[in-house]
Design a protein around this ligand. Structure first.
Ligand SMILES: [Zn+2]
Length: 439
């Protein structure tokens, strides 16, 4: 057996771009190598992560395929560096470490310490602070996939270790390691469980449509923890290759398929799912029922799988109806009904005032935030002089125009607030219009 020699602190590593980096400390190991924090040798050039492979980046454990040669690896990473990161939501390679003793690697920016790996959330080691953080994370994932596909890249392979989330804000980072060009057949096998059934059974090649399946699995697990295809059928003591192919490939059944209850979650096993599924509003559950219907998974529906825009609308809507109950926890408001029950304490919550846009309705509760392009644009606050009255404070850089039912106008600048009064119309800097409704 070959014994891996580790880098020592202070050791210098040359990179393809001609720079030199200095090993700072070992951050961890993964099945195919080690991860180090390195410093650029020139002063002030910052800290990076070096992913250093024993035998080149081959398939993940359990996958098939061979390790790639340094030349292929270098070209693949170079292409990514040239194309640039699809968006700021990615951990993208920035440089390539020159080979040493047949081993090589690449560098990315450092992951900020407040970001935790999604696998830690799934193990229950890290918990989201709020439903708002969960919806932010879901929107982050959706936006990242959209940016990726716009650059004609796809995930050739994806699993929970590729996602990092700040549990407080819900901000996300995805690794670009297993991303490849959309039109190329991947060299390595993908991780079963996130792969579209068509890819598992060999009927589909990885691409935008199969990515949308992987994205739906990731989104499902963000909300419910457990896997959408792992119900009773996955609890057999020994899942052979054939059974696995059936479960994820040829005969997948969604755990809450309304027409097929053969794979319902098992009590005592899929605890999170059984607890969380009933809590979410119908429109969210219906989106997953559609995404994991037989038609969308193995039928002709692959190209009709919900895209990034549709998922974006669903999670924006979810964020808009998540409010804080007086019990101190979050719940969802059904704006169609006169009252909603808190999912935690069961208290009745009367329908709150709402902001009605052409296509959206936002429940207005103290501390409800308004967003524009994922930035906070406003917040519902208590009135300075009359604490029992609420108002919407303008936190954006744009001026809002408020029109009262009599037709008179008023401009509301940053830091100023609009009282929540029935019939007031607000134009948000000309970007969109909405009306306050309190009945
Ligand atoms: Zn409550």
């Amino acid at each position: 057996m070959h014994i891996m020699k580790e880098f020592l602190k202070g050791q210098r590593i040359k990179t393809v771009s001609g720079r030199e980096t200095v090993v700072h400390e070992k951050l961890g190991e993964f099945p195919r190598g080690m991860v180090y924090e390195v410093l650029r040798a020139e002063p002030g050039n910052g800290h990076y992560v070096l992913k250093w492979y024993f035998h080149g980046p081959g398939p993940r454990p359990g996958g098939s395929g061979r390790a790639v040669s340094y030349k292929n690896f270098r070209e693949r990473v170079r292409r990514k560096i040239r194309k640039g990161a699809p968006s700021g939501d990615f951990l993208w390679p920035v440089d390539i470490a020159k080979p040493r003793g047949g081993r090589y690697g690449y560098m990315t920016h450092l992951i900020p310490p407040n970001y935790k790996n999604f696998s830690a959330f799934l193990r229950g080691d890290v918990l989201f602070d709020s439903v708002h953080a969960i919806t932010e994370a879901a929107l982050g994932v959706v936006n990242a996939f959209e940016a990726l596909h716009r650059k004609r890249f796809c995930f050739c392979d994806l699993d929970e270790s590729d996602l990092f989330i700040d549990p407080q804000s819900g901000r996300t980072l995805l690794t670009g390691e297993n991303v490849g060009p959309c039109d190329k057949k991947p060299k390595t096998a993908c991780t079963i469980g996130y792969m579209a059934p068509g890819v598992v059974s060999g009927r589909e090649l990885p691409g935008v449509y199969t990515d949308r399946f992987s994205m739906a699995v990731l989104l499902f697990r963000l909300l419910f923890g457990d896997h959408p295809l792992e119900g009773k059928r996955a609890t057999l003591p020994c899942l052979t290759g054939k059974l696995k192919r059936d479960l994820y490939g040829t005969g997948p059944v969604f755990v809450y398929d309304p027409e097929d209850d053969s794979n319902r979650p098992a009590r005592g096993v899929h605890v999170n799912l059984i607890k969380r599924w009933p809590l979410y509003p119908e429109f969210v559950k219906n989106a997953f029922i559609r995404a994991f219907s037989g038609e969308a998974m193995t039928g002709r529906g692959a190209k009709a799988r919900a895209d990034e825009k549709e998922w974006g609308e669903i999670f924006t809507k979810l964020r808009d109806v998540a409010v804080w109950c007086s019990c101190g926890r979050e719940t969802f408001i059904d704006l169609e009904s006169p009252a909603s029950k808190c999912i935690n304490c069961g208290a009745n919550i009367a329908k709150p005032p709402e902001l009605r846009f052409k296509k959206r309705r936002i429940a207005l509760f103290p501390s409800t935030k308004l967003y524009h392009d994922r930035q906070t644009a406003g917040e519902v606050v208590r009135h300075n002089l009359y604490p029992d009255r609420w108002a919407i404070r303008n936190d954006s850089g744009l001026s809002w125009t408020v029109i009262d039912p009599a037709g008179s106008n008023k401009t509301i600048g940053r830091g100023q607030a609009v009282p929540i009064i029935d019939g007031l119309k607000i134009s948000f800097g000309g970007l969109c219009d909405a009306e306050i409704r309190t009945e």
